[in-house]
Structure formats: C-alpha cells, structure tokens
Design a protein. Structure first.
Length: 547
C-alpha cells in the first residue's frame, strides 16, 4: 500500500510539471509571445519593487532616462497607454545636460523621445549631428529617425536608403566589419528599410535577399548563433525584422525542425520571466529587453503595426495595453543573451570569488574533518533514538560520501588565492603564442581608476602552449599569472576583463579577440592555437568598427 501511495504521489508531481510544458507546446505563436511579454513585465515590476507599469515608468525608467531605460520605454510606449511626462522631462534634461559621445547612443535616446511623444526638435538636432557619423549602425538608426519625420540637412530617406543598400554583401547580409553578412546587423538593416518594402522595388529585392540570408542562418531549434554562440538577442533581432515586413513566422523559411523564431527565443527564458544570454546562464538585461522588444514587435505586427513606426498619440491610445497586474506564475516553462548599457561601476564595487579546476586547497582537510564529525554525531543520535537499522547508518554514510566528493572536486578560492602570479608549467609545450589586452578605445571617456592611462591591460607577452590549447585557455592563464580580473558567463563567454565590461561604453561595446589580425567567428574556447599565433583582446565601443 505504501508503495502504491508513493507511486501515485510521484505521478501527480510529474504531471504537475509536465502539463504546463505540454500545454505551452500547443500554444499558438501569438499566445506564446503574449505570455512571454507578460512574464517579462512581471519580472521587471518585481525587480524594481513596483506594483504597476506606471510606477515603473515614474520610478526606475525616469531615474535612468538617457542611460539604460530607452528600450523598455519604447516597448511600453508601443504597447499601452501610459503617462510618460516624468520620463520625457528626465530624458530631455539628460540629453541637454550631457555630452553623449556615441552617435548611436544619441539616436537611441532620440528614438525613445519620439516614441513617448517628446520634443521633436531635440530629435531633429540629434539626427542632424549623428546620422552617418558612426558607420553602418548610424545609418540604420538614422533611417529610423527619418522614417519618423526627423529632419537632417545631409540626408533624405531616399539618399540614406541608397547608402544602406550599397553596403549589402553578395550573400544578402550586412555587417559592421568583414566581407560576410552578420545576423544582427542584417536584421537591423531590414527593420530600417521595412517601411519601403512594398513601395520601392530595389528595397523589396534587397529585403527578400536578406530574408533568404537570415533563413539560411537559422538553427534547427528556431534560434541563431552569433560568433559561434547560441543566444536570444540574434533571434530577437530577426523576429523584429520579419515582423516589420509583415512576414508570417509560420512561413517555412523561418520554421526549422518544427521550431519557429519565438521558440528560438523562449528557450532562453528563466523561471522568473527574465532571459539569459546563453542557455543555462543567469539573468541578462540585454537578452531580456531584446526579447521584450521582439515579442512586442511580433504582437504589433498582428495588428499591421511596426515596432519602430511611432504613431500619433491618438493612434497610440488605441493600442491594447499590457496588463499591469503581476503575473504570479507563468505558464511558459523552459530549461534554466540595440541594447541596454549598465552604468560603469567603480572598481571597488566589483569583487570576484573564483571556482577553478579541482586541486588541493587549504580548507579541504578542515571540511573533511567537519564531515567526519557530523557523521559521528548523526550515528550517535540514531543510536540514542533507537533507530539501529543498518539502512539508517548506510544512508548517513552515503550522504557523507557525497559531501566529501563535492569538497574533493571543487576548489573555492578568493581572488587573491586564484590569481597566483605564477606562470603555467607545460612540460609538453608545442610552441609559444603572444597575447596583448588593450582598451585604447575608452581612453579619455572615463576617469575610472581601473582603466590604464595608456589603454594597455597586458602588454605583448609570450605564453607556452600545449597541444589543444585554445585562446580561452591562454586568457585564463594570463589572468591568473598577472592578476587580471576576468568575468565569464556560462563557461567561456567573456563578459569582462580588468573590470571593464560589455556595454559599459554604449550599446555596441564589449570585448572581441583577434588572432593574427583576424576576428574568428567562433568562441574563444573553440579556437585551437598553433605555434607563433598572435592573440589580441581588444575592447570596442562600436562592435569592432573602431579598431
């Protein structure tokens, strides 16, 4: 009878977890998108301690106007009827009082200002000073501004369109650098050109070619990889592009192995409603807000609207608002990445505790003694309570063995212990490589004390390599030897070096690596080195276009 009851209870628990997943699998694309949008809204409200969207707008979004609120503001402006008066005033004040060095960051602010019905003259001034000033991204953002009625003496919609079309590669894509199309830049180009899709034959042919490129790059799970890494941001940009031209995501071009673009995005959704940059990773603000934008864009497309076509206020009022009630539990369940930029943080606020590969550590003997002591105490308690069955003592020993194994196979150390200052010894070295780490592009843009005056975090230094060593291996060895702070996400994704993080200096900023002067399109952990290779880790503010 006990066994039957246990089996029955297990069946109920299993069904409780399985039913939501099965139900979600049967949802339509619009239902999946709507539920994911609601779950992101609930996550943001909870994170910011707000009970309503209006409180979120008047609080966190207004406090961070011009710095990190703009994409969320655009989502809320395009999906509901809210009062943006406080946010508008704060954004206009921020623009007028700050010298924003990045043209794309200025134009992002202008787009948000137009979306919430702000001062158009400010947006016009930004367009005049920014369009075409920062490579292809400033053409894309500039076309969005001109599509929404902004004026610019140097460009018209037609001339800007022609300049963007001229940059399309033979493979159908666009990119910031190189000679092959990039998924994100191609999708963003399509978004800017979309209003002319049905009116301009050249644009129509160009977009169709780009959609073919994007379709060919889609993975079997419905998502995309960028620089060898599967992430939701690329899939989000493609969904915005496809929605902007009115294409059906049920179109066979964007269905792979039964999975559509929304499937490719929501696989990165976490239990709290946020999104991670890599599958199994932690909450990532950029991944979350881009999913928010994309899923909202798709929902708008069902009503014949485009995300970046900002309607007049009376039209905007008719849009269906997002629910302001918290979503206590989302039906979407998945296995536990332009973008928002967190503020540059003081070096004193950034600390690291490192979990490295197994090796001896000073705390382990003490840990083993503690485990042994707990085993003795547990056995004495069991004996005193009269629970003398052998199975009880075996269970204690099994738990103790598991705890001991955990201690053995992990090595928790502080930064001081991890950064040893000693070179890696490689008895079977097959050659040497050189590596440098630089951040020249941010010199003069911040007075943070962790940014070297000459931009050199690590001058050109030689390292021995063993068979199979990768760029990632050498970077981690250099970090340990030269006490260089290193932040990785989900394994080998490099988020920060020397306390300098991606997005610290704008939407397009972050770390990229070169080998022998070229930028490989694989993760650093997948690039196997050979004797004589020259590695460069470089911080870019314009996705490599400024290097």
């Amino acid at each position: 009878m006990k066994k039957r009851i246990l089996i029955f209870l297990i069946s109920i628990v299993t069904a409780a977890f399985a039913l939501p997943c099965a139900a979600f699998a049967d949802f339509s694309a619009s239902e999946k998108a709507a539920q994911a949008v609601d779950s992101i809204t609930a996550f943001e409200l909870q994170k910011n301690g707000c009970s309503s969207i209006q409180e979120w707008i008047d609080g966190n979004l207004t406090q961070n106007a011009g710095q990190s609120s703009e994409w969320n503001a655009i989502v809320l402006a395009r999906s509901g009827d809210h009062d943006f008066s406080a946010y508008k005033a704060a954004l206009e004040k921020y623009i007028s009082e700050n010298n924003i060095p990045s043209a794309t960051s200025r134009m992002k602010n202008a787009l948000a200002l137009l979306a919430v019905g702000g001062n158009k003259q400010i947006a016009d001034d930004i367009a005049e000073s920014s369009v075409g000033e920062q490579g292809i991204m400033s053409l894309i953002y500039g076309l969005h501004l001109l599509n929404n009625g902004c004026g610019c003496s140097r460009y018209t919609v037609d001339s800007l369109t022609d300049e963007l079309l001229a940059l399309q590669f033979d493979d159908g894509g666009w990119a910031i650098m190189g000679e092959n199309g990039d998924i994100d830049v191609t999708a963003m180009s399509v978004q800017a050109l979309a209003p002319q899709y049905s009116e301009n034959e050249k644009v129509s042919a160009s977009i169709d070619k780009a959609l073919g490129f994007l379709s060919a790059k889609q993975q079997n799970d419905g998502g995309y990889k960028s620089f060898g890494t599967a992430n939701p941001e690329s899939a989000s940009q493609v969904l915005i592009a496809v929605s902007a031209v009115g294409a059906d995501i049920g179109d066979t071009r964007f269905i792979k192995n039964g999975n559509d673009l929304i499937d490719g995005i929501i696989k990165f959704r976490l239990d709290d409603g946020s999104f991670s940059h890599t599958e199994g990773g932690d909450t990532n603000d950029t991944a979350t807000v881009q999913a928010y934008l994309a899923l909202t864009a798709y929902t708008l497309s069902l009503e014949g609207e485009r995300l970046y076509d900002f309607p007049a206020k009376d039209v905007q009022d008719e849009l269906k608002p997002i629910s302001e009630t918290e979503v206590s539990s989302a039906v979407i369940t998945t296995a536990p990445a332009e973008t928002e930029a967190p503020a540059v943080t003081s070096v004193t606020e950034r600390t690291d505790i490192v979990v490295s590969n197994p090796q001896s550590a000073g705390y382990k003997p003490i840990a083993y003694c503690v485990i042994a002591g707990l085993v003795v105490i547990a056995c004495v308690i069991l004996f005193a309570l009269g629970k003398k069955r052998i199975s009880n003592f075996v269970a204690v020993i099994i738990i103790a063995a598991a705890a001991a194994a955990f201690v053995f196979f992990t090595d928790f150390r502080s930064s001081e212990e991890y950064y040893s200052g000693t070179a890696a010894v490689k008895e079977n070295a097959v050659g040497t490589v050189s590596m440098t780490i630089r951040c020249d592009t941010v010199i003069g843009k911040s007075d943070a004390d962790y940014i070297p005056a000459d931009g050199i975090i690590l001058d050109t230094t030689e390292f021995p390599i063993a068979e199979g060593d990768t760029v990632y291996d050498i970077l981690t060895e250099a970090a340990k030897q030269y006490n260089i702070q290193l932040q990785t996400n989900a394994g080998s994704y490099i988020a920060g070096i020397g306390y300098l993080y991606e997005y610290d200096f704008g939407d397009l900023s972050g770390w990229i690596y070169h080998v022998n002067g070229d930028s490989p399109f694989v993760m650093c952990s997948d690039y196997t080195l050979k004797d004589g290779d020259r590695i460069e880790w470089l911080y870019t503010c314009e996705l490599g276009n400024d290097l």
